[in-house]
Design a protein. Structure first.
Length: 361
């Protein structure tokens, strides 16, 4: 079984010696899948995976004789071995929380497993701490499964509860921009960074992902039919400057959007007579592809100047989709704009704006 929970990838054999063509084994596997899904939904997921192993699977290896080198195992050895075991882990994903945890271990001078003080002292926010603790538990479970560890050093480490202030701050960053805030941001870019203004307006009024908007080329625009074709994303690999053009993860993310009058005006204003069909529509002030990091710095400065609570540029997407639902578009229509397979993601993330109750007058 291979699956992902909160950005952590898991891979394990729930039924030792099980065969795909064996009807009984397949039924058992399906039952385990259902149990995992239910636990994830209920917030009771066991990252050690012990709860999900079939009864014929050893529940622990405490009776096994540890390897001679167990006492000298370090956190980096356990961590690197686990990360290496994760199949199809993309470099960009590996450079996120995985690399952050590794750097924290290195900063603590790569302690032995019995030393968990470096983790207890970590100044991560509660949500970040809990996510990384879950990843570390998975690394430990991997070593337990290999018979290299007999005692879990994280057994007494508990998840952190975020303060009310942290929860309020996190919640405020999820909120869509108001119409007034959106207008203020666009006007501020027009005044201070005019080369980025059409790009910002495009983000606010299409709901496109940032990488999708960065990668839009003139060949993707049909002004006669007023259509925008989103077929690729252009992103920068984490830790470097190389831009990579790639297709979206799902077929549904490749979509055509019917232009609103506002977006049609934005596009026609920046179109020239001799436009190369392979040229990017939106460019940096120096005429290059927009760099996510550089743009985010300017974005942050604009929001600070306006006194608007910081949200990532991605919040422009939340804004458009929320406004679409408030405006009466159906869930399938909004899912189509977002590039989702169906309406489940829309209900999960934007359900609060659907049929929102009003206090009686």
């Amino acid at each position: 079984m291979r699956f992902t929970v909160e950005s952590v990838r898991f891979s394990f054999h729930p039924i030792p010696g099980g065969k795909w063509e064996n009807r009984r084994d397949k039924k058992l596997a399906e039952a385990i899948v259902t149990k995992i899904e239910n636990d994830v939904a209920a917030g009771n997921f066991d990252p050690s995976l012990v709860r999900y192993r079939h009864k014929s699977t050893p529940q622990n290896v405490s009776c096994q004789k540890p390897a001679a080198a167990t006492k000298n195992l370090t956190w980096l050895q356990v961590w690197d071995e686990w990360v290496s075991s994760l199949l199809n882990l993309k470099p960009s994903t590996k450079a996120d929380h995985y690399q952050c945890v590794r750097r924290a271990i290195e900063k603590a001078d790569n302690p032995f497993l019995k030393d968990v003080g470096w983790l207890q002292k970590a100044s991560w926010a509660a949500s970040t701490f809990n996510r990384r603790l879950s990843m570390l538990r998975s690394a430990i479970a991997h070593s337990v499964g290999l018979g290299k560890i007999s005692i879990d050093p994280l057994a007494k480490i508990t998840a952190r509860e975020g303060s009310l202030e942290e929860e309020e701050a996190a919640e405020s960053k999820k909120q869509p921009f108001t119409n007034e805030e959106s207008s203020q941001i666009i006007l501020a870019f027009e005044k201070s960074y005019p080369s980025y203004a059409p790009f910002v307006e495009f983000l606010f009024y299409t709901g496109a992902r940032t990488g999708e908007a960065v990668g839009i080329r003139w060949r993707d625009i049909d002004l006669d039919r007023r259509l925008i074709s989103i077929t690729h994303t252009l992103t920068r690999e984490r830790g470097g400057y190389k831009k990579t053009r790639k297709r979206p993860k799902t077929l549904q993310s490749m979509r055509s959007l019917k232009m609103s009058t506002r977006i049609y005006d934005v596009i026609t204003k920046i179109k020239s007579e001799n436009t190369d069909v392979d040229a990017l529509i939106f460019k940096s002030p120096k005429g290059h592809a927009i760099d996510h990091g550089n743009f985010r710095k300017i974005w942050k400065a604009i929001l600070e100047e306006l006194g608007i609570v910081y949200r990532k540029p991605y919040a422009t997407r939340h804004t458009l989709l929320s406004k679409a639902l408030e405006g009466g578009l159906s869930i399938p229509q909004v899912a189509g704009i977002a590039g989702h397979k169906d309406g489940r993601m829309i209900l999960q993330h934007y359900g609060r704006v659907i049929n929102q109750p009003h206090l009686p007058e």
